[in-house]
Design a protein around this ligand. Structure first.
Ligand code: FNR
Length: 242
């Protein structure tokens, strides 16, 4: 069975599990490809950037698998970011399991990870949902980069979250868990729009191109709003803690 066919089968299983909570006839309004719960003032317009306000966003996906929808989603965001914004992707495949014994002499891949985080103006997470929460791969990487005490690489960074799931809730539960983690990391999260992309196997093709225009447009809106948010945070930020 192809990966795509397997996903469709899994989706059916997850939907059955969720059916009691969210009957098919009454899907929650804030999952995608539906409109966000609260309309923001965002437009499809691409924000203008001067050369000297070039921004770099570091994209991090919480999945290692080749056919990942979330990795594919991050690749899509690379095509959709405004002019003069660069979106680099950091692959978590080389990050070892966290071991507090090693936090005073970090493994080289973690040192590189922290350097890339610090060099970026902002962070974009694309998270799957595993068992109603953040995948261990992502939480593990987040924990490494927050250590040792006093050397939290995430602190003060603007951050946005997107996520795609083959289920009906589009990673909503994982995204809210992730947002809780941002509090201790001292990250400044874009609140809206949210992008909880449900039924991903209907929106991406077998090569993991995002073929659904509505979803693409929504991700575009989020990115445009994120760029404005990054500027706001950078303009107003005074250091809170190192
Ligand atoms: C899942 N999946 C899943 N989906 C969901 O909507 N809610 C959930 O709680 C879970 N739980 C879960 C646990 C584990 C261990 C796995 C492997 C999968 C399905 C998940 O959404 C699906 O596999 C996505 O395709 C994973 O993201 P990537 O790898 O495609 O980016």
């Amino acid at each position: 069975m192809s990966t795509h066919a397997t996903d469709k089968k899994l989706e059916a299983t997850i939907d059955t599990t969720l059916a009691d909570t969210f009957p098919a006839s009454d899907p929650p309004a804030w999952t995608l490809g539906r409109e966000p719960h609260v309309q923001t003032e965002t437009t499809h317009e691409v924000p203008q950037n001067d050369e000297d306000t070039r921004l770099t966003i570091l994209g991090i996906a919480g999945s290692l698998r080749r056919a990942s929808y979330n990795r594919a989603l991050l690749r899509v965001t690379q095509q959709l970011v405004p002019a003069n914004v660069t979106l680099d992707i950091f692959d978590l495949a080389g990050i070892p399991l966290f071991n507090q014994d090693e936090e005073e002499r970090l493994p080289p891949t973690v040192v590189e990870f922290k350097t890339r985080i610090r060099a970026a103006d902002a962070i974009l997470f694309a998270t799957p949902e595993y068992n109603y929460s953040i995948p261990g791969v992502l939480k593990n990487a987040i924990d490494w980069a927050s250590r040792p005490p006093g050397d939290n690489a995430w602190s003060g960074k603007p951050v946005a979250v997107i996520g795609a799931s083959i289920g009906r809730l589009g990673t909503a539960r994982a995204q809210y868990h992730l947002r809780q983690v941002f509090i201790t990391l001292n990250m400044y999260a874009l609140n809206q729009p949210e992008a909880m992309i449900s039924n991903a196997s209907d929106l991406f093709d077998a090569e993991r191109n995002l073929t659904d225009k509505k979803t693409r447009d929504h991700v575009q809106r989020l990115l445009n709003q994120f760029v404005l948010w990054i500027r706001q945070v950078q303009d107003k930020q005074t250091p809170i803690r190192k």
